[in-house]
Design a binder for this molecule. Sequence first.
Ligand SMILES: [Zn+2]
Ligand SMILES: [Zn+2]
Length: 116
Amino acid sequence: MGHAVMTHTQNQITTTLTALTPNAQDAFTRYMEQADNAGTNHDYRTAMACAALTAGIPLPDGGEIALCACPNCWDCQQIFDANTPDAHPFGESDGYNLGRIQCPLCTDRHRATDEQ
Ligand SMILES: [Zn+2]
Ligand SMILES: [Zn+2]
C-alpha cells in the first residue's frame, strides 16, 4: 500500500456521491459492485473506468477510485483516487476486490482503527 507515485500536477480527482444525480448514483453503485465482484482484471478495470465516468471525474493513474468507507461518519460519500497516499485502507476486503478505504479528509480527521 502507499507505493503509488503521484505527480500532483493534475486537479484533485474527487467528488461526492451525493453530488451526482440519483440515476448517476445508482449507476455508480452498480459499477462499484461490478468492480468488487469482477472475476478478471479486465472486468475490474472496465468497471472502474465506468464508475469514474459516471462520477464525472477522470480515472486516476492507478486506475482505481473508491467511495469513502469511513466508519466514523458513514455519510461522508467522498469519491476519490483509491491509491492516493493520503487515504487510509483499513480492515479486510473479505474476499472482494475492493478494500475499505477512508478518504484523505477522514484519515486526517478521524482515522479508523484497523479492525472490521
Ligand atoms: Zn471520508
Ligand atoms: Zn469520516
